[in-house]
Design a protein around this ligand. Sequence first.
Ligand SMILES: Cc1cc2nc3c(=O)[nH]c(=O)nc-3n(C[C@H](O)[C@H](O)[C@H](O)COP(=O)(O)OP(=O)(O)OC[C@H]3O[C@@H](n4cnc5c(N)ncnc54)[C@H](O)[C@@H]3O)c2cc1C
Length: 615
Amino acid sequence: MQTHQYDVVIVGAGGAGMRAALEASSEVRTAVISKLYPTRSHTGAAQGGMCAALANVEEDNWEWHTFDTVKGGDYLVDQDAAEIMAKEAIDAVLDLERMGLPFNRTPEGRIDQRRFGGHTRNHGEAAVRRACYAADRTGHMILQTLYQNCVKQNVEFFNEFYVLDLIVDHDLSAGQVPDGEEVNATGVVAYDLATGEIHVFQAKSIIFATGGAGKIFKTTSNAHTLTGDGMALALRRGLPLEDMEFFQFHPTGLAGLGILLSEAARGEGGILRNGNGERFMERYAPTIKDLAPRDIVARSMANEVREGRGAGPNKDYVLLDLTHLEPAHIDAKLPDITEFARTYLGIEPYTEPVPVYPTAHYAMGGIPTNVEAEVLRNSDDVVKGLYAAGEVACVSVHGSNRLGTNSLLDINVFGKRAGRTAAAYAKTAKFIDLPENSAARVVAQLEEIRTRPDGERVSDVRKELQETMDANAQVFRTDESLKQALADIRVLQERYSRVSVQDKGKMFNTDLLEALELGFLLDIAEVTVIAALNRKESRGGHFREDYPDRDDANFMQHTMIYRRPLEFEVDTVVDDAPLTPKSAFTRSDRFDDYQVVLGSKPVTQTRYEPMERKY
Ligand SMILES: Cc1cc2nc3c(=O)[nH]c(=O)nc-3n(C[C@H](O)[C@H](O)[C@H](O)COP(=O)(O)OP(=O)(O)OC[C@H]3O[C@@H](n4cnc5c(N)ncnc54)[C@H](O)[C@@H]3O)c2cc1C
């Protein structure tokens, strides 16, 4: 076992992690730990753009951007956070430009901007051009630019190191912290893929920037590695997760595959048509049509299919029509995604419409933080020395539905804030001694799976998990479907306790790591479904057919979900107000050796009163 000491340790080398690293490493000794080589992080797969009200091509301002974000999130957005993001967006884009990011340009040489869903002028009057982009490779350019700047600044990277535990001085999952006592994050335990060796990192500040959890679903735009690690590690240490029921289904995944075709395709003029050739979005969102927010478009598409107006031999998808666009325009603005259609479906987008269907895309929920990126341990108190930013976090700027291009923005704005806050804290804080056996839990877990002679296969359990999530917790949900998903998850959790791997070696044992990632997926799926069962209303990405309306009287609040030991009285464990309406199921959902407990956190409203959401 090796030990290391840094002022700031950042877990994750995607956009959020590297933006934080640039900030922190200019002030204090900083290390970045990443299970992937940094430029393989999912940020690099982002296509369409990053928004900021630069007003380079038409009138715009950050206040309209704030409003669109709040309305897009169906009013579950914390408005103070959204305002910060929209205001700081402009500098976030200019920072990247100064670092060398090659944005597309207008003929006058300014950063060009294009349309994206839900971004409007003057509170919904018409679509506005707000997304800055580099063809359909915006995320790739952001990731490369940040990485180059990290290298230039001599940031230390530990690549292909998997963080498998968070060390805290009070393990909240074991019980309640006495009143007035602090909880401190003191380190992380990591596994070096190349050697199988364990490394313990002691740090004054730890930033989680581990990205999303799309692999709980079968049909997803997310990379294989997006297994919710950071969220699950926090949950296992008794920290809450916020708003886990809200998962975004992106309208235009390649049908049957889930590979993403960016919303930029519609931003550049693409049109969705049903099997009859009808531009159906005119019925669902008469003003901005195909550029309505994703939750609305995804549901409209699924509804067309359910009502028998799908396209194709089984009428099970709709069509994205780009055939009216000039081939030269397609080549200039959408080169990668049109190539995906050719490669994976054998479709020529110049002349044929592309089959598409919603695909699991983005976790709106995650580790709760305040606007300084400090992690919350309940609705008020922070964990000292722990920060989170990017898709793993919930600030919450996306509420119940994220607008396209707001995530590349979020990772830059809140990644920077996390780096700044973590460095400032590290400058004044002292190292806290780690417990002697701080790696014991991880070592035991790894050895148990590695040495188990035979048992359940990781791929079988994962496949069944993803199938039940697709069938029961996707665009349309009901009490019945969610209970089915939870029952299936419980069976799979039991089977997981008997999981084994074929590779018994120590070096590059990806088999073993996939087994651990499956454990994270099961944890995240469980809380996603329980939170979805509890939220008996429809809002943003969470649509309950049995409760089709938004219910502000009972549910205008964030969900906070915790793990606690069985013996704990839930009312005393969680000091947040319980979610209303109360029900036995949601207050104490017992399983195995822990219980899942739900609490709530108020939504911060500043200037926008909730209204009915129409587009
Ligand atoms: C196909 C696709 C297209 C998208 N297009 C857009 C777009 O155009 N505009 C937009 O705004 N958003 C887009 N998004 C969303 C956006 O790209 C992501 O939400 C965002 O990039 C996430 O960044 P991140 O830094 O939080 O995480 P990621 O970029 O996913 O990075 C996560 C990092 O954490 C590390 N990590 C994870 N677990 C561990 C562990 N256990 N130990 C050590 N390291 C770990 C990984 O190695 C990785 O470096 C898109 C997403 C997808 C999937």
